[in-house]
Design a protein around this ligand. Structure first.
Ligand SMILES: C[S@@+](CC[C@H](N)C(=O)[O-])C[C@H]1O[C@@H](n2cnc3c(N)ncnc32)[C@H](O)[C@@H]1O
Length: 248
């Protein structure tokens, strides 16, 4: 399975996750002006915002993910969307944004150096009073997981067009202050053929106190929400940590 096929399978898998969408949409509607998404992937959030009439810019460094996004744009062009291929700590992104978002667990994949570089760039892009909002798994809960898990089936999806079934399973392993998630994508064809793809991501187990300290040192004041309704974050309970940072 080539990288683009993995990206396509990742897209089908993540398209199932819509719980956070009302938050991004509401934030974008509260902001007057363009929304910048850092790590837009195959466009799960970016396309939905554009379809709601928001002017959006997405940045991602993964060519295979962007190729899946561009294929969707080719099928249905959106004049209010632009996509920049590159690392968001370096990419040429011009103009100001009242809202910058980093949905779906990208922030925790960055190490301390990348977080610092990202925050420095976010500061240059935020319009006065603008917000930078990122959603990540609650590091306190990740840190409490067993050191290693057996792979477990997450979901199975039928593709009526091809008759194939996509089966996704995942497991994790802790390593030196990071938690690595491994996904296995099996595409089961009607003729019995099975194509297998794998993908991994690592999340740093830095706690909210550390992350909030870094944000404050970088010149932001922060709020932390525990879910997509923006209730106050509770480190002992909440599966998600969503922070909202504004320049001091
Ligand atoms: C978990 S996906 C999230 C995709 C999308 N935001 C969503 O909500 O479905 C993380 C994305 O961030 C991208 N990414 C991670 N680090 C990046 C970096 N330094 N520069 C640009 N893109 C990055 C990855 O390539 C990937 O597409």
């Amino acid at each position: 399975v080539d990288p683009e096929q993995i990206a396509e399978l990742h897209h089908q898998h993540h398209a199932q996750y819509t719980e956070d969408m009302p938050l991004w949409l509401a934030l974008a509607q509260e902001a007057t002006g363009r929304t910048l998404e850092l790590g837009c992937g195959t466009g799960r959030v970016l396309l939905a915002l554009a379809d709601a009439g928001i002017e959006v810019v997405g940045v991602d460094h993964d060519a295979a993910m962007l190729s899946v996004l561009r294929r969707q744009l080719k099928a249905q062009p959106r004049a209010n969307m632009s996509v920049i291929e590159g690392d968001f700590t370096e990419a040429a992104v011009s103009g100001e944004f009242p809202l910058i978002i980093m949905p779906c667990n990208t922030y925790s994949t960055l190490d301390a150096d990348m977080r610092q570089k990202t925050l420095a760039r976010v500061k240059t892009w935020l319009a006065p009073g603008g917000r930078f909002v990122a959603s990540l798994p609650n590091p306190a809960l990740l840190a409490e997981l067993e050191a290693e898990s057996e792979p477990e089936m997450e979901l199975a999806l039928d593709d009526p067009a091809t008759g194939a079934t996509l089966s996704v399973s995942s497991g994790w392993a802790r390593e030196d202050g990071w938690l690595r998630f491994d996904w296995v994508y099996d595409l089961l064809h009607p003729d019995g053929r099975v194509e297998r793809g794998t993908a991994s991501t690592r999340h740093e187990l830095a706690g909210w106190t550390q992350l909030a300290g870094e944000l404050e040192d970088a010149g932001f004041r922060v709020d932390a929400w525990g879910d997509h309704t923006r209730k106050a974050f509770d480190a002992d309970q909440d599966a998600n940590l969503i922070f909202c940072a504004q320049c001091v």
